[in-house]
Every structure is written in structure tokens, then in C-alpha cells.
Design a protein around this ligand. Structure first.
Ligand SMILES: [Zn+2]
Length: 809
């Protein structure tokens, strides 16, 4: 273990240039430049914590072995065996499935570092031998083109979508982790051989098209750090600089090969907004930060600074998730943050954390850790079940029961990403720069750090995130002057996020306080830290008290999906209301601004959580379409990360604060009371009678019925009642997502009614059938008394269509 830790430590020390204290101890300072601030690797952070220790243990004992088993059962491992000629048969599954295996291998290496485990080590080493055997003589390694036989004519023919480079990027990360943990170069040599091939193929005089999915840039920077070989760093920069340059037309009309979807619309240094596929994007920004740190490239820094501001001020969910739209798994427009259809892919949360950690290392500013912490405790942690073997791909902020975690996915990027992410969490907690040490995250742990004057140990005790008391014992080997920077989280400074995207409804009088050896000290704030510079001696103790009252969060006015709504936050945790604690109904609840709330730690609930409860009222709809207060009710909220463990049901992160913000059960209208059927259902049939009027035809935040992938067909929707009703008009609000999806306004439509013989006849309409966007299209007809109404809809040729809402009167 000592040996392993030393090897790891040396590797980490290689990264250091601007931290003279640590560099002095380095065996050889190969790198000329790197991040200003040096993270303390997770392997040096010994965690003993009520919240995180069980999660790290679950990751090691459940998630990682479970994920390997899934890879075995889904052919992901046997793809390597087939590629190596150890087994017969065709490649199975998606072309990019190799990446999942590599990510879990990376997680397994991290886990071994902290907890040596002979069985896991043996498994990993066997897998590395198979991976090595699957590698071609020239270094090529990608099972999709290697089984059942090698297809040399296929290599690099579809880098846009098969993701050879994305896969090997993850392989480099896994290989570096394995080398750092074990000191064994077997896997690292495989990675280098492959990277050497990539460098030979993709170069100014060779292939210049950029990778279809960013990631290899991060892997190449890691390879550079452990080998000191500059060609890997140059290659990372080369790949980044190829984006947006080819002058081709992308599918969305922009330049480059992949358009805005693949951040290939303009050169990376000219990019100012977060666009397109959010995992690709955030990996790109992470890679740009790495290359900037390693080369001093200020153009990269300026670009990612601007993009970071764009995300934090316009595109960040309160949970820290990014990516609003499922259609392209990516960013929506400014302030476009729908709740029920939120994408917030688990991978995107992890990528957002990696990016923000790099931004912190560049700047030493706590605002990046504020975003990291928010994302980690909420959007990312929601991605995995408490038991460690169920996963969310999208992490929505509102549900009517259609969401639950899955055991695995055909595209398993998220579970495998979680498998490597959880063991790495302690690595975000501490950092150092010359005489400054940083305490970023609050978790029970001890850590050894170096400053110019002395080596020191920090011992942290806390019950965070359940309470805000943090005790840090400072134990320098000898008395020395240095600064302990204790992060005062934004949420404890009346700033939920470092922008005006969200605000606390009320300022609170309680302020964070700090004591050294029992004496209150003033908070000298510097970039979000209380900087405690003094001569520290053995046994000095810092006591931080972060008051944790329940905070109400409101959104920027432009986030229309959160109008009239409030979120509850306590400490770093965002809360949600879920059916099981609230008689099944949460979307009709209204929590008034002055409602009293209480908190309680409940040991036996969801692994032990603090709940928030208080007085609420219900809202109901009237027949004329208003939403009015109804009865008094009690509400209970749980931490968002813990939702979806007790069956399907309603959930919301943003309950209403006024009746108009609620989404009550529909009133008993004719449409609502009908038995409704359709020729075909995509998304939701109930959505057309839920009485939620959309903001416009493209609004998918409250779901819709559409007929995709049917195109050019005639479809129908039917409404039936037990007894006949007299009906004289129908109003339809069409769904149309032109520009994003395949639904257009229909070519034509008509209303039929069921006659006494049970046959459907056209009604005698008193005008034309309008088809206009963004409003109800009403048709009036001679009254009919009928037990059933049917809408027939002719779709435009080559297009689908959809319905937001139907009103029958
Ligand atoms: Zn994913």
C-alpha cells in the first residue's frame, strides 16, 4: 500500500509546477506548466463520513462488480474476447460499448487504490490482458471493427458516430488510473501504442476532421501528464482546433461537420455559448481547460470563461444539471429549463463537475466549487439508486409517474460513468497552492498536505450535509505560517448560484461563523473562502458553523416553467415533494411564502435523511379554467437525490407558491371525463386533456400527444362517454416542434360524431377547420347529441403532427 501510494503520489507530483513546496519534493518536475492549484488526489483523502462512506462502500461492493457483470451479460466483455480471437462470434451491441468497460475499469482502479481487493485486482488484470490481446499490431483498438474478423478497410470511416476516439479516450483515462494505482505499465503501454497510432493518422498533413464525440482530449492530457510526451498534449490541442474549421455544412446549416450539435459550428476559441449535445460540450470545455492549463493558451481560457457564464446564468438547473432537451440530449436556449422533460443526463452532470473542478484549479475561486457541490449532491447523485444498482439516464425535476431508475441501458454511458465518478469524489475535497490550502467540500476525512514551511494533516469532522457544523483540526509537523482557505458555500452567503438565475426568497439573519481554538474570528473573504492565514501549530482547531435553515429558492422571471413556483433547499441539498409522503399528490400543492416549515432527521427513511415538512394547501381547477385554493394540507419534502425509491408516482422539485403555479387534477370537463383512445400514441394521451395550456405550440414541458414516427398518415383521436352529450364545438391546440422535431401543423382535420346506428358521421361545421400555431383552433358546428366524438387528422406528407390540448363543449 505504501508503495502504491508513493507511486501515485509521484505521478501526482509530476503535475505540479506552480506549487513550489510540492514541486520541490517531486522526483523530477517534467511539466513546465499546469493548473495553478493542485488537487489532493482522492487516494490521499481518507474518508470516514456518515454520508459518503456508505456510498463509497456501495460503489466498491455493489456498483462496480454489478456493472462488470452487466458488461459480461450484454456482450461488452466478450466483444474484447472475440476481437482478441479468444472466442468466436460477431460483435454485439452499440459500436461504442468498449467505452463502458473502460470507464468501469477506471472506477475499479480508483476503488483498488483506497481499498486493495485481490479479487478485483485479478479481474482487472485479466481484463487488461484481453484488451491487450484485442489490440492490433499497429495499435488500433476498437472491438466493433475487430470481430468476428478485423475490417481494416473500415477504420476511421465513420468517426462521427461509431466513436472510436471517444472509446480510446476513456481507455487512456482507465490506463492512467491503473498505472497510477498499481505502478504496472501494461495497460499504459496499450494506451500509448494506440495514442501513437492516432497521432500518426490525425495530423495537419493527414486526417483533419474532428472526433464525433469529445473525450479523447481529456484522455490525451492525462497521458501527457504521466508520460511527459508532448505529442499527446499537441494532439489534444489539434483535435480541439479542428472543430468548426472544415467549412462543411452541418445538419443544422452551420459550418463544420457536426454543426452546433457537436460544437463544430465555429472554432472552439470563438465559441461563447453552450450549445448542442451537453456531454460532448462539457467534455470539450474540460479538455480545453486542461490544454489551457498545460500550454497557457489564453484564447481557450477566454472562451470557456464566457461559456461558463452562459451556462451558469442561463442554462443551469437548480439541481446543477445541464441539458434541457431530450431531442438532441443537449442544451436548450437561454432560460429554457423545463422540469418534466428536463434531460439533465447523468453523464452531463459528471462532465459539469469535471469542468467546474478544472475551472477552480485554474482560478482558485470557490464559485466553481459551488456549482460542483450543487451538481454532485443533487443532479449527479440522483443518477444512482441508494442500493447502487439502478440508474437514471435523464434526471427530471417533475414526474407524473413515468420515471424510474433502470437496471441498465442499451446505451450504458451513465451507469459506467457513475461507476468511475463515485470513487473519485474525495478528490474534489482539498487542494493546495504554495502556502494556501483549500478545504472545498465538507466530509469527515483526514488528509496530508504540504506547504512551503511544513507538511500538515487536516482532520475534518462533520455531519454535513445534515448539519453545518464542521470541525477541522490542523496538525502541522512544525509550527509554520500558511493559510487555510475554508470555503463558505454560496448558499450560506445568500447566493444559491453565482449568477442571477436563482435567488433565495428571503435573506436570513444567521451568518456563517468561524472560530479558531474557540475564539470567534472575522470572515476575511477571498474568492468565496474565509482565508485564515496565521502561524499554525499542532492542535489548532477551526470550527465552522454554517446555519442550515430551510431556504426558499425562486427563479429568474424568464424561466417560464418555474413561474409561481418555489424550490426548497437546505444546506447543499435541493428537496423535492414525492407522492409516498404526500397522499400521492404533489402537483396540486401550494406552499405559501409564509408557511411554517420544520425539519427532522429520520433515521429509517431512505437511508437516513432530514425531511422538511409544513403547512400547504391544495389547488383545484374550476370548470371555467381557473385555478383556485381548496383544502389545507400537510406536506413533506425529501432530498431530491433520494427520490424514486418507493414506486412510481408524482414528484416535483418546484411546487407552487401560489395557486396559479400548481398543476391540479383537471376539472370535470367533457374532455376529461371521456374515455380517450387514439390511432397511435407517442409521449402521452392524457396530456391532451390535462387542462394545461401550453405557452406555445412548441412547448413540450407539459407533454403532448403526437404521432411520431408516423408521417403523412391519417390518424384519429376518439372521446367516448357512458351517455350521450349535446356538443357544438371542439377546440384543438396543435403541437408543432418545427426546427427541433418532426411535428408540423396537420394538413387538414375534421370532427365526426357517432350517430344512433353507431356509425361516425362528419358534423355540420359552421366554418373552416383552422390550423394555426400557438393558439386554440376552434370549430363550431350544428349541435349533436352523441356518446362519442372523433377527430380525424391528415398529417402533412413527410411530417408528423401532435396535439397539446383538446376542449369539447
Ligand atoms: Zn450518459
Amino acid at each position: 500500500m505504501t508503495h502504491l501510494r508513493t507511486r501515485f503520489y509521484q505521478a501526482v507530483l509530476l503535475r505540479i509546477f506552480i506549487t513550489p513546496c510540492l514541486a520541490a519534493a517531486a522526483p523530477q518536475g517534467k511539466l513546465q506548466r499546469d493548473y495553478n492549484v493542485t488537487p489532493v488526489p482522492f487516494s490521499h483523502v481518507h474518508v470516514k463520513d456518515g454520508f459518503w462512506t456508505p456510498r463509497l462502500e456501495t460503489s466498491r461492493t455493489v456498483t462496480i462488480p454489478y456493472a462488470f457483470t452487466q458488461c459480461e451479460e450484454t456482450g461488452r466483455i466478450s466483444n474484447f474476447e472475440k476481437a482478441a480471437g479468444l472466442k468466436e462470434g460477431k460483435h454485439e451491441g452499440a459500436s461504442f460499448n468498449d467505452s463502458d468497460v473502460y470507464k468501469i475499469m477506471e472506477g475499479a482502479a480508483y476503488s483498488l487504490q483506497v481499498h486493495p481487493d485481490a479479487k478485483m485486482r485479478e479481474y482487472l488484470d485479466r481484463l487488461i490482458r484481453v484488451v491487450g490481446a484485442a489490440q492490433w499490431e499497429d495499435g488500433y483498438l476498437f472491438t466493433h471493427y475487430s470481430a468476428p474478423q478485423r475490417q481494416p478497410d473500415k477504420l476511421w470511416t465513420n468517426i462521427a458516430w461509431v466513436h472510436e476516439q471517444y472509446c480510446v479516450g476513456h481507455m487512456y483515462e482507465a490506463a492512467v488510473a491503473h498505472y497510477e494505482v498499481t505502478g504496472d505499465k501494461t495497460f499504459l503501454d496499450i494506451a500509448k501504442k494506440n495514442a501513437d497510432l492516432i497521432c500518426r493518422v490525425f495530423k495537419p498533413q493527414g486526417r483533419t476532421d474532428p472526433p464525433g464525440h469529445q473525450e479523447i482530449e481529456i484522455g490525451l492530457c492525462k497521458l501527457y501528464r504521466v508520460t511527459g510526451d508532448e505529442k499527446y498534449l499537441d494532439q489534444a490541442k489539434f483535435f480541439l482546433d479542428q472543430r468548426g474549421r472544415l467549412g462543411h455544412r452541418g445538419p443544422d446549416g452551420h459550418g463544420g461537420l457536426y454543426g452546433t450539435y457537436g460544437q463544430d459550428h465555429i472554432p472552439v476559441v470563438k465559441q461563447t455559448e453552450a450549445v448542442g449535445h451537453s456531454v460532448r460540450a462539457a467534455y470539450q470545455y474540460t479538455g480545453m481547460a486542461d490544454v489551457a492549463a498545460l500550454t497557457g493558451n489564453m484564447d481557450y481560457v477566454n472562451a470557456i470563461d464566457t461559456i461558463w457564464n452562459d451556462v451558469v446564468s442561463k442554462k443551469l438547473y437548480i439541481t446543477g444539471g445541464i441539458g434541457a432537451a431530450g431531442g438532441h440530449e443537449g442544451f436548450g436556449g437561454p432560460y429554457e429549463l423545463p422540469n418534466m422533460t428536463a434531460y439533465c443526463e447523468t453523464c452531463a452532470s459528471i462532465a459539469n463537475i469535471l469542468w467546474n473542478h478544472r475551472m477552480f484549479l485554474m482560478r482558485g475561486d470557490a464559485k466553481y466549487i459551488d456549482v460542483l457541490e450543487r451538481t454532485m449532491y443533487n443532479a449527479a447523485l440522483s443518477g444512482i439508486s441508494l442500493e447502487g444498482d439502478r440508474f437514471f439516464y435523464p434526471n427530471v425535476l417533475q414526474s407524473i409517474g413515468q420515471h424510474q431508475r433502470s437496471p441498465w441501458f442499451g446505451c450504458a454511458c451513465c451507469p459506467s460513468n457513475v461507476a468511475r465518478f463515485i470513487p473519485s469524489i474525495p478528490g474534489f475535497a482539498y487542494a493546495a497552492k504554495a502556502e494556501d490550502v483549500y478545504v472545498n467540500l465538507f466530509l469527515g476525512s483526514h488528509v496530508t498536505l504540504d506547504t512551503p514551511g511544513t507538511r500538515l494533516r487536516l482532520i475534518q469532522e462533520t455531519r454535513y450535509p445534515w448539519d453545518g457544523q464542521v470541525k477541522i483540526r490542523v496538525e502541522p509537523e512544525q509550527t509554520a505560517r500558511f493559510a487555510v482557505n475554508v470555503r463558505i458555500p454560496g448558499w450560506a452567503r445568500n447566493e444559491p448560484v453565482p449568477s442571477d438565475l436563482y435567488a433565495f426568497l428571503h435573506e436570513i439573519p444567521e451568518k456563517a461563523t468561524l472560530r479558531i481554538n474557540g475564539q470567534l474570528v472575522p470572515l476575511q473573504m477571498d474568492k468565496g473562502y474565509a482565508r485564515l492565514e496565521r502561524s499554525w501549530k499542532q492542535g489548532d482547531t477551526i470550527e465552522l458553523d454554517l446555519p442550515m435553515p430551510v431556504r426558499r429558492v425562486i427563479s429568474h422571471d424568464k424561466i417560464t416553467s418555474n413561474e409561481g413556483k418555489v424550490a426548497l433547499q437546505r444546506g447543499p441539498l435541493i428537496y423535492c415533494l414525492e407522492g409516498p409522503d404526500n397522499d400521492g399528490q404533489v402537483l396540486d400543492l401550494v406552499i405559501r411564502d409564509d408557511a411554517e416549515v420544520r425539519t427532522q432527521f429520520q433515521t429509517d427513511l431512505l437511508g437516513g435523511v432530514v425531511t422538511i415538512s409544513g403547512g400547504a394547501e391544495t389547488a383545484r381547477r374550476t370548470l371555467d379554467g381557473r385555478i383556485v385554493p381548496d383544502a389545507k394540507r400537510h406536506f413533506v419534502a425529501i432530498p431530491y437525490y433520494a427520490w424514486a425509491h418507493r414506486g412510481r408516482g408524482q414528484m416535483t422539485v418546484w411546487p407552487a407558491r401560489v395557486p396559479e403555479g400548481a398543476r391540479p387534477k383537471p376539472a370535470d370537463t367533457l374532455t376529461y371525463l371521456s374515455k380517450t383512445t387514439a390511432s397511435f400514441v407517442h409521449v402521452s394521451l392524457d396530456a391532451i386533456k390535462d387542462q394545461n395550456v401550453p405557452t406555445d405550440s412548441a412547448d413540450s414541458s407539459n407533454l403532448q400527444l403526437d404521432f411520431w414516427p408516423h408521417k403523412g398518415t391519417t390518424e384519429w383521436v376518439q372521446f367516448e362517454w357512458d351517455e350521450p352529450h349535446r356538443i357544438s364545438s371542439v377546440k384543438v391546440y396543435w403541437f408543432d416542434d418545427t426546427g427541433r422535431g418532426a411535428c408540423h401543423l396537420p394538413k387538414a382535420w375534421r370532427v365526426l360524431y357517432q350517430d344512433a346506428d353507431g356509425r361516425f358521421q362528419p358534423v355540420n361545421s359552421r366554418g373552416t377547420y383552422p390550423t394555426e400555431k400557438d393558439k386554440f383552433n376552434k370549430v363550431e358546428f350544428d349541435p349533436v347529441t352523441t356518446p362519442a366524438i372523433k377527430l380525424e387528422i391528415d398529417l402533412q406528407e413527410k411530417w408528423s403532427a401532435g396535439i397539446q390540448e383538446v376542449v369539447i363543449e
